[in-house]
Structures are given as C-alpha cells and as structure tokens.
Design a protein around this ligand. Structure first.
Ligand SMILES: Cc1cc2nc3c(=O)[nH]c(=O)nc-3n(C[C@H](O)[C@H](O)[C@H](O)COP(=O)(O)O)c2cc1C
Length: 306
C-alpha cells in the first residue's frame, strides 16, 4: 500500500527549500501593548513608493490586532538572535519580556541588536487563502553591518555557524570597501589584476574578519553598512562586502582609485566589477542599496540616503 501524498505538506516542504532571512513583525494593539510574531515571508515589493510585504496566518492570535493597526514594523534578526526568533514563534505569555524594545518613528516596536528594521504604515491588507498579506509603506528604516540570521529547511543558520559546523558548506568571504573622498582602495589580486581587500571568515566570525582586514589596511577606518551579499555557487563561496569609511592613514598595500568604472578595468572578477560599478553610481548620487543574489541575478534593496 502506498501513502497518499498530502499536497499541503508537500507544498510546505517545497517552500521550505528556500533560504530566507528571519524577521519579527511587530505592532501595538488597541490597548497600547506590543505584539509580534516570527515571519520568514518577508519580501520587498516596490521602491517607489517603498513597499514591503509579510504574510500572517489568519489563524494567528495576532491577526485581528495587525488587521486593525495603522502600522507594523519588520525587524530583520541578526545572526545571534535565534532565541528571539523562537520566542516570537511560541505561545509565551509575553514575548517582549526582558527585551529592551523601543517604539520606532512610526510607532511600532523595534527590537534591539537587529540587522535592520523597517517601520511601516499599513498600506493595504490583501486576503490570500489561509494567510493575509500585510503590505507596509516604509516610513523609517535602519540597516547595520550585523549579518542576518538565516533559515533553511526548518533550521537556522548563520554565516559563522555554517563555517564552524558544516565543513561542506560554502566558504564565507568578506570584503572591505575602504572609501575616502570619492575613492576606493584596491589591492593586487595576486594574478595581475585588482581586487578589494578580502579575507576568508574563520571561526571568530564575519565582524572579526572585517576588523582584521581594516587593521591590516593601515587606514583609520571603521566597519560600515552591509553593501552586498552574493553566492558564487560554482566556487562554493558566499561573498559579503561592507562599506568602511576611511578617515586617514596610508594604505599598507594597494592604492586608492577614483570611484568610477574607468578605474575598475583591471578588476578581473566580473561580479566584483559589477558591484564596484554600482558603488560608483550610487556614491555619486549618495543613495545606496544592498545587493542580494548570485553572480548573475539578484536585487538591490535601498537602505540609506546620505
Ligand atoms: C522561521 C519561522 C518563520 C515563520 N514565518 C511565518 C510567517 O511568515 N507568517 C506567519 O503567519 N507565521 C510564521 N511563522 C509562525 C509564527 O511565528 C507562529 O505561528 C506564530 O507566532 C504563532 O503565534 P500567534 O498565534 O500568537 O501569532 C514562522 C515561524 C518560524 C519559526
């Protein structure tokens, strides 16, 4: 006798093969109490106007409050926040107990130490089967350089944990975009071309690898915002690049070049060249985004205006 496959279960399992980030979506109820739930159904929808979406189960105890609220916030969890994700997915009496949250500029709860947050006005709520799609208009946001928490096939992963516990997982490569007065530091790639200062992330994690790149650069610089995350599937590598404003010092290796496509002709890695071309464009306009994708395709999410 063969089992009849349950199509809903099969669909859920198939959806589970996507790699996603993890968020906690929050709002205030009519009595002024904070509410929130863990969600990985977050997606960006539109840049102009800036819209995002997240899906909420209609069976959620939180659904009526979210449906009635004038806004909600999406908190993108950082790699150390697995327990926050679990708390906001479990039926605990007060999910906010012991959490030093604050109201965002538009009034929804913002959690501490998150990778990024978006405080939204509710733009529209769309019925969608057993879920409702909450579409929010981003009223305020912040993004930090803290790497995000990932979710894949029912388990959490972080760049550091992946590196430490899964020897067959991708190598994590971090690059420092050291910028100064419209210029960026490029170094010899060892094959006659140019590249960014780059290091493989070890057990101490991404932040430590970035800090050591900055220390070795000879520059006075600080880790800044995340700029690009892409997978090089062929080489089994995950690349993460951070913008790092430099204020002084002399480069120990390499040289500053103008942030302009003409300066990048000796950059042999095509994906890196594409990223630098985007950086040149965006720095001219003072309007930066974060790239998520692989070498061929991805999307840029705007993060800040300078
Ligand atoms: C990683 C992860 C992602 C989740 N994503 C969603 C989601 O996108 N939408 C949703 O309604 N529930 C999602 N859930 C489940 C809710 O967090 C959980 O069912 C909910 O918090 C139950 O409590 P409630 O009835 O108080 O809302 C997710 C849970 C986890 C662990």
């Amino acid at each position: 006798m063969t089992d009849t496959p349950d199509p809903r279960r099969a669909l859920r399992d198939a959806f589970g093969t996507f790699m996603t980030g993890v968020t906690v979506v929050t709002t205030m109820d009519a009595q002024g109490r904070p509410l929130g739930f863990t969600a990985n159904s977050f997606a960006s929808v539109s840049l102009d106007p800036p819209l995002l979406l997240v899906q909420i189960a209609r069976t959620s105890a939180n659904y009526p409050a979210f449906a009635a609220a004038s806004g909600f916030a999406v908190n993108i969890l950082s790699e150390g926040q697995k327990s926050v994700s679990s708390t906001f997915a479990r039926p605990v009496p007060d999910r906010f107990a012991g959490i030093d949250w604050q109201k965002g500029p538009h009034g929804s709860p913002i959690l501490p130490d998150v990778s990024a947050w978006f405080d939204c006005a509710t733009h529209r709520i769309v019925d969608a089967g057993d879920h409702a799609i909450l579409i929010g208009r981003v009223e305020a946001f912040n993004a930090t350089s803290a790497p995000g928490l990932g979710y894949y096939r029912g388990t959490y992963f972080t760049p550091v944990a992946t590196q430490a516990t899964l020897p067959t997982g991708p190598d994590i490569i971090v690059s420092a975009i050291l910028e100064r007065q419209g210029q960026v530091l490029l170094v010899d790639d060892g094959f006659g071309g140019l590249t960014l200062p780059t290091a493989r992330v070890g057990r101490d994690g991404t932040s430590a690898a970035l800090a050591s790149l900055i220390a070795q650069s000879g520059l006075d610089a600080a880790p800044g915002p995340l700029y690009s995350v892409f997978e090089d599937v062929a080489r089994g590598q995950q690349h993460i690049a951070f913008r790092c404003p430099a204020t002084g010092g002399q480069p120990a290796k390499g040289a500053f070049v103008d942030l302009s496509p003409a300066s990048f002709t000796d950059v042999t890695d095509q994906a890196l060249r594409t990223m630098l071309d985007r950086l040149a464009d965006e720095s001219r306009m003072g309007n930066y985004g974060i790239y998520f994708g692989n070498q061929n395709a991805g999307r840029v999410t705007p993060v800040s205006q300078e």
